[in-house]
Design a protein. Structure first.
Length: 462
């Protein structure tokens, strides 16, 4: 009998499998498609390939404008798909080798939970029942389909990570992480982009009005059309065009495009549960309810990753999968969610961790905020990316850092300084006292900490 049977081979699943093997447990990994899951094959990694391809085009365009390169350049969107295949294939082969070296057994098939210690695996050779001491459900998530009429005419995010060969007009419904990443990359590649968001600001997951306004401004400055507070009422197709009826500010508007994409989020994938399994509770996000040990309401059955609901992030799935494996083998582990880093790979980038100023206030905390604009950063000027800022949120009395937000710069890399500060209970004085290398984007964190002390070095006084 297996010590742990894992239903799903995405980040949470293979992380749990590796951790189980490291602890000496016998593990079986069941995956219906390819190990690596959505993240590796249709999500995180392809999205970053698209982002880096777009960044390369932007860099070449800037070099031409500055006279560093002479001549002309034509963008070839099809090469994004080629690069994606190269990267995904290399990572997939590396992951297969890792599992093999760890002695992890894998089965290709679809898992269906029959009970606390039994799973039916349906594969090409038929269906077989497999017993295990503990079971971990990590079946991930799937794209949410909007409810407005004609929504099926919209492409999904996953298939849109490979841009069409010919430049055209693209409408993206949703200005969350995926919508902004797609919109930014498509615009860099030369597509005409319109983004529609029903909330009053872009990136509603980041509960900070100032960050949302800045992102919206910087996207519009790039020539991207952005609608906020707008609802899509209907989508129709005529003459090979997509026609969207949008309501904004009490008026209706018709938007025509060659391609429309739904970037409206994801929902937990629960097909593994079968039809008549009693006792498994769901949470408010329609995901599987778990406690701090990743245990479900059924003894011996664990769940981790996107299937449990937000935050649906690969790095959270890694942590939850590893914790679940440790607990299944008799250890005691829990994930610390106080400083989960989130980011958007776009131009500009956005990243955040911990509390925003608004969230801290709603929690009854007295806080103060220190900000530093990239317009005053030497490194940002060298890089040609001066839009945006770093914001630190700290407790009024103790000075302990409880949140950090970054718009612009290399936000996705910079945010880890905030993550560590929040987790370790550091004060803004500790960040201000740490010598940061010059010239780098990370100096902006130091300057934001100095702002909390009363005055920055390089930013103009207000």
């Amino acid at each position: 009998m297996y010590d742990l049977l894992i239903a799903g081979g995405g980040p949470a699943g293979y992380a749990a499998a590796v951790r189980t093997a490291q602890l000496g447990g016998r593990v079986l990994l069941v995956e219906k498609d390819k190990v690596g899951g959505t993240c590796l094959h249709r999500g995180c990694i392809p999205a970053k390939v698209l982002h880096k391809s777009a960044a390369a085009v932007d860099a070449a365009r800037e070099a031409l404008l500055r006279g560093l390169l002479v001549g002309s350049a034509k963008v070839n969107p099809e090469m994004v798909s080629t690069r994606r295949q190269e990267v995904v294939s290399a990572l997939h082969q590396g992951l297969l080798l890792l599992l093999q070296r760890k002695g992890i057994e894998t089965i290709a098939g679809t898992a269906r939970l029959l009970g606390p210690a039994c799973v039916a695996v349906e594969g090409k050779a038929g269906t077989r029942e497999i017993m295990a001491s503990k079971i971990l459900i990590v079946t991930g998530s799937q794209e949410r389909i909007p409810s407005f009429p004609g929504a099926k005419l919209l492409r999904g995010v996953e298939e849109s990570l490979s841009p069409p060969a010919d430049l055209c007009r693209v409408v993206i419904v949703g200005a969350g992480n995926s919508g902004l990443e797609l919109g930014s990359a498509y615009a860099s590649l030369g597509f005409s982009v319109t983004i529609i968001e029903q909330e009053k600001r872009v990136l509603p997951a980041l509960d900070d009005d100032e960050c949302g306004k800045w992102l919206g401004f910087l996207f519009r400055r790039r020539g991207i059309t952005v609608y906020t507070g707008a609802n899509v009422l209907e989508v129709r197709q005529a003459d090979r065009k997509v026609h969207l009826t949008v309501e904004t500010a009490g008026a209706q508007e018709r938007i025509e495009a060659d391609m429309a994409i739904a970037a409206t989020g994801r929902v937990p994938c629960l097909r593994v549960l079968g039809e008549n399994l009693n006792g498994l509770e769901k949470n408010s996000s329609s995901g599987i309810r778990v406690n701090e040990r990743q245990e479900t309401s059924i003894p011996g059955v664990y769940a981790a990753g996107d299937v449990t609901g937000p935050p649906m992030l690969a790095h959270v799935a890694y942590a939850e999968g590893m914790a679940a494996a440790e607990n299944a083998l008799g250890f005691s582990s829990a994930v610390d969610y106080r400083a989960v880093p989130q980011f958007v790979s776009a131009d500009p980038e956005a990243a955040w961790a911990g509390m925003t100023e608004k969230e801290a206030s709603q929690a009854g905390l007295r806080c103060r905020v220190g900000m530093f604009p990239f317009a005053a950063s030497g490194s940002a000027h060298v890089d040609g990316r001066t839009g945006g800022f770093v914001k630190l949120v700290a407790l009024q009395e103790s000075g302990q850092v409880v949140g950090m937000q970054v718009i612009g710069g290399r936000a996705s890399e910079m945010i880890m300084e905030g993550v560590l500060a929040i987790r370790q209970g550091l004060t803004f004085a500790a960040l201000a006292g740490a010598i940061h290398p010059h010239p780098t984007f990370s100096e902006a964190v130091w300057e934001a900490a100095l702002a909390l002390k009363g005055s920055t070095l390089h930013a103009p006084e207000h």
